[in-house]
Design a protein around this ligand. Sequence first.
Ligand code: NAD
Ligand code: DAU
Length: 339
Amino acid sequence: MQNSKLLITGGSGFIGSNFIRMLLTEKEGYEVYNLDKLTYAGNPENLQDLEADPRYHFIRGDISDETCVKDLFQQETFDGVINFAAESHVDRSIMSAAPFVITNVLGTQILLDAARATGVKRFLQVSTDEVYGSLGKDGYFTETSPLKPNSPYSASKTAADLLVRAAWKTHEYPTLITRCSNNYGPYQFPEKLIPLMIANALEDKPLPVYGDGKNIRDWLHVKDHCEALLCVYEKGKPGEIYNIGGNNEWQNIDIVREILLILGKPESLITYVKDRPGHDRRYAIDATKIKNELGWTPSYTFEKGLEETVHWYVNFRNWWERVRSGEYLNYYEKQYSSR
Ligand code: NAD
Ligand code: DAU
């Protein structure tokens, strides 16, 4: 698909900024409009090197602000929308759920309405494996697994998925949904497991592991996720859902140990803390559909990806030190002081 004018929402966050960088530095024929509210998680620095690129446009705005969204769709004619914008952190949703409903649910509906009203030909909703809830020891999430979200975050993402589905079923509006497993890589906000543990270890601070540390996540490098998203955007069948994952299950505690090993820091930094309420035990994605139907496969091994990521945080210490000041300090205090 060439000469596409894309609206990317949430493009100043972790995955969105990696996606925009991939489009503008590795792919041909895309012009990008990045609509981002710049919450605590949105950082224009993530794309500073691309600011002068005439194919890149930034608009500060809120997807749940109907006037702002309608105005933008009146001003510009988009070929497609890829909706990354979200409140994305489970622990924050446990502290306060309403912002998750406003952005993740209402914001998605407002975007869908504006895109449909102006004839945008493709709408990709970036969703998550958390909509499926938690697995026991065996089995995998497929696209037809029941939706059983357990946190306010995952419930809000599920609600959004259902609204996207309804736009297809009711209006035949050409939507696509992707559900990816846990991402890691450069520019991830250091509230999430991997960057939090790297940053704390670099500062010789305790590494807070929830519960027994044996919860399992299925990790995928953000660049592999971005390639999968473009593949679905370009080749996916309207109305379809595609799971994305790298078949790479790890217990949290083993990842934390691995990070300490790479950094040459002692295991005595590990501190077991009170568990996350409603903590999902295991996620594991069956990505057969996207592999067989669209030909996507991940390219990173976890060993290579984790090592590169650790080195990125070592080399970009200024980035995460700045990000860890301000609003984040208040959150960190609330989240970890009572555990
Ligand atoms: P992030 O928190 O790093 O970034 C979210 C971005 O959205 C930020 O730039 C923020 O400023 C922006 N934003 C928030 N509310 C907004 C609003 N109302 N209007 C406009 N912009 C707003 O999140 P992420 O980890 O990059 O996740 C991106 C998307 O991918 C989310 O939809 C998330 O649910 C999904 N996802 C994430 C993962 C993961 O492991 N991180 C895995 C699967 C799916
Ligand atoms: O599965 C996809 C999801 O992955 C995305 O939809 C979410 O946006 C993203 O935040 C992520 O959710 P998780 O809750 O799995 O990620 P998080 O990094 O917060 O936690 C990963 C695991 O590590 C989880 O079992 C909780 C645990 N954990 C997390 C933190 C922040 C700890 O043990 N200690 C911590 O301090």
